[in-house]
Write a protein of this length. Sequence first.
Length: 81
Amino acid sequence: MKNNLIHREIKSILAKSGMTLTEVVNQINLSRSEDNQTTIQNLSNKITRGTIKYSEILEIATVLNKSIIWCDMQKEEAKNV
């Protein structure tokens, strides 16, 4: 279930941003050294399996001009009621 949540969330954010995973990977690779490049397939597999690193999530967020916010769960649950 956790893996599906990560996959759905990233897929949703990509759709809302109007960018494809291909475009995101291309932008990520621009900021990486040549020996540290990634592929669409590699990143897609990590997202699907739920094995993507937090640092890679941050890279995706940066490309999409998003920030990741940590908030207290009780406050967030109260907002959703």
